[in-house]
Design a protein around this ligand. Structure first.
Ligand code: SAM
Ligand code: SF4
Ligand code: SF4
Length: 347
């Protein structure tokens, strides 16, 4: 398959842009659709119950398939890969995959986890070549945290995981907190106080209408502006310039030098204009938006003898046709669409 528009040379990898001029830079790879939590905003128990049909093992991309794809993606613009899920640490031998991916030259490799297995695994992840990590934690208060994770998992064990990650040198650690009005909004200030001056960066995420099972309503969203105003009233903040173009979190610094916090305002301040992210599902479908309704199959290519060039061309062609900007055009009418679940394509 030859296509001069996307032709790559050994010295200059092809760099395709989409219909809105955005390059392909970040890839999130979901390594499992399973999770040991049932966060109410992501995998509500009523849907992800005992009878829920998760993918069978043979349907999952193997570590070899993921690594081959990752390598090809890096020749087509990808600079950063985030492993996610589901809960990535429940995938057996994940350390082995990290070792394989860490061997790809120039790749920035990171992982998002609920932290439940981190105390046990932090050292092994670091030894395998992981550099950084993001840990999700929605409250320090067990009653509230358990309401969010819905499996009675205590906050202290996640804090142990964060401490183990720091001790292993997986720094800087980012902490993700999804805020759902009426459930954990009272946890905003205690979380800010706890992580202030810890060296870890706390990021508040607006509750999003991902998937179609979490019963999302705009009324449940505490906006980034409200979150920052709340913290600023207690400990004054000032805005900080982004680290790079397209950074998802807006950065704020404590005026007294006590570190920084971030807000991810995907609902109220859409950042589609700079969105350079693609997502690969556990079974090898590529999605060009978190709110996509359909994906592009790569498993048949991988298992059907396609060459690296064929797969590269497929990547370029899909990205070239991309026009996604869901958050910019979100309305009450789009929220109930049959969008793919976050636990399937990864956050
Ligand atoms: N299980 C891992 C975890 O929770 O960190 C990784 C996968 S999870 C889907 C990735 C991120 O998405 C987490 O930080 C989670 O809090 C966030 N997330 C899930 N559902 C969300 C929603 N409806 N709105 C905003 N963020 C959400
Ligand atoms: Fe699991 Fe993460 Fe979704 Fe919570 S947010 S249910 S931990 S995948
Ligand atoms: Fe990117 Fe889609 Fe999110 Fe917009 S809505 S920032 S295009 S993932």
């Amino acid at each position: 398959m030859n296509n001069p528009v996307f032709a790559a040379t050994a010295s200059a990898p092809a760099q395709v842009t989409d219909r809105l001029g955005r390059p392909l830079r970040d890839l999130r790879i979901s390594v499992t659709d399973r999770c040991n939590f049932r966060c109410v905003y992501c995998m509500p128990k009523q849907v992800f119950g005992k009878d829920y049909q998760f993918l069978e093992h043979k349907e999952l991309l193997t570590f070899e398939e993921i690594t081959r794809l990752a390598r090809i993606f890096t020749h087509h613009g990808i600079e950063k890969i985030r492993l996610t899920g589901g809960e990535p640490l429940v995938r057996r031998n994940l350390e082995r995959l990290i070792e394989m991916l860490a061997a790809i030259p120039g790749l920035d490799l990171t992982l998002t986890t609920n932290g439940s297995l981190l105390a046990k695994k932090a050292q092994a992840l670091k030894a395998a070549g992981l550099k950084r990590i993001t840990v999700s934690l929605d409250s320090l208060d067990d009653a509230v945290f358990m309401k969010m994770n819905d499996v009675d998992f205590p906050a202290a064990k996640v804090l142990d995981g964060i401490a183990a990650a720091a001790a292993a040198g997986l720094a800087p650690i980012k902490i993700n907190m999804v805020v759902k009005r009426g459930v954990n909004d009272a946890a905003i200030l205690p979380m800010a106080r706890h992580f202030r001056a810890s060296g870890h960066i706390l990021r508040f995420i607006e509750y999003m209408d991902v998937g179609h099972t979490n019963g999302w309503r705009m009324d449940d969203v505490v906006t980034a502006r409200q979150i920052i105003a709340m913290i600023d009233a207690e400990t004054p903040l000032e805005a900080v310039d982004p680290n790079y173009r397209g950074e998802v979190a807006t950065r704020w610094r404590y005026r007294d030098g006590g570190g920084e916090v971030g807000v991810i305002a995907s609902v109220t301040q859409a950042f589609c204009r700079d969105c350079t992210r693609a997502r690969l599902s556990t079974e090898g479908r590529l999605y060009t938006c978190l709110f996509a309704t359909t994906g592009h199959e790569f498993k048949p290519l991988l298992r059907g003898g396609a060459s690296d060039a064929d797969i590269g061309l497929a990547i370029d062609t899909i990205w070239h046709q991309r026009g996604d900007r869901y958050s910019e055009i979100r309305t009450a009418a789009t929220a109930p669409l049959q969008k793919i679940e976050m636990s399937y394509i990864g956050g």
